[in-house]
Design a protein around this ligand. Sequence first.
Ligand code: ATP
Ligand code: MG
Ligand code: MG
Ligand code: MG
Length: 477
Amino acid sequence: SQRIKIKALLESTQTDIDVTVKGWVRTFRNNQFIALNDGSTNNNIQVVVDFENTDPALLKRITTGAAISVFGLLVASLGKGQTVEVKAKTIEILGDSDPEKYPLQPKKHSLEFLREIAHLRFRTNTFGAIFRVRNSLAFAIHQFFQEKGFVYLHTPIITASDAEGAGETFHVTNFDLDNVPKADGGEVDFKQDFFGRATNLTVSGQLEGELGAMALSDIYTFGPTFRAENSNTTRHLAEFWMIEPEMAFADIVDNMDTAEALLKYVIAYALDKNKDDIEFLTQRLLDEEKQKPQNERSEMSLTEKLQFCLANDFERLTYTEAIEILKESTPNKKKKFQYPVEGWGTDLQSEHERYLVEKLFKKPVILTDYPKEIKSFYMRQNEDGKTVAAMDILFPGIGEIVGGSQREERLDKLEERMDDLGIPKDELWWYLDTRRFGACPHAGFGLGFERLVLFVTGMGNIRDVIPFPRFPKNAEF
Ligand code: ATP
Ligand code: MG
Ligand code: MG
Ligand code: MG
């Protein structure tokens, strides 16, 4: 008969039927009870083995990690914490697993250790839950935009533009390694690396996204982006996924409304669809917190934090207002900020952002109207001549999760800004064309997908919420 997924089996209201289940053995107790998991849920199905009538050679091969197929009778279970179990009639070993060598022993492993065996960590309850939540969030993002009539636009991964001129790009090369073209000084000539021209992996699809929005009205991208920054933090990866909507005929307020609605929609979706997984992750965090002294434990559980985020409007304030607050504030009675906020004009450090979000407002914060000097050239200049219509969304425990802005649609203002910053206008002629032919007010933002997954799963390190993290010295598989 057809294989039934364990999640469906556990939810089944029918019993006394024959079923086939397949999965990986988590544990095998007393030659009698197999805890079997197939990744559809963290809950294992219990398989009861009739060991007296089973070949001892087969029993020996039912080891942790082995892949097996079980045909048997689904019956109501008397065991604690389960409603059904399978009484095995036949068991087939699909793939043996040497219990001596299997890296995932049935005990708790550290996240650091599991990162070194990222190819197997999917089989743990923690990572099963994380990647099912990640899956739901990705699906919900598409659903949100599709319901609103946005067009999913694919922007290039190989590009000659580096979006912000930040210089944090990876070069793309088709060099024959034995015959690398050298410029005069003997340096590798990256100007030739992609069939004779310089290209890099995309750091953002925004500029291309704007081109799409200038005809399709509302678009979004959802793809990998790459930054050659030294991503040795718990919030940065060298390869991460970004969602970048771009909306024509929209201003900064529409932008904030859309971002807030999106975040709430996808969090609500995951809370509903992945109830069990989020409960598991919540419990995992509670157990972890028990190790900490009372006063360092968080006031809310993960589930409560997510629900709180849905139930409350995000706090909206300007950069200038934030600076005024931060000048007067200290993170706690004893400690000052490491970088005291002295005046207007400098970018906020993460300690400042965390103070606003975690201590003061205790909820997501949208900061707007940053000084133009610390933001990108394409952001729309405000009437004050000093600020731009930028917005950053800051999340508790995460910091910046979204960066966006209303875009500068006025050609003269945009060119003036590019000149000031020394950004070559001829290289971005295609971008400037959208300001020459039918320019209109428009806005958009970038949501870092892994930062979102980090928030919803309550994990502490961004390397644990992407299947195959890319960070310095880590690209083997
Ligand atoms: P940060 O200040 O945290 O370095 P950023 O301002 O450089 O972020 P943006 O260019 O605004 O980032 O990119 C948009 C979003 O992409 C960010 O708000 C964040 O959620 C995410 N993001 C940026 N850099 C990374 C990275 N290296 N790894 C994972 N996510 C990232
Ligand atoms: Mg950055
Ligand atoms: Mg930033
Ligand atoms: Mg940003």
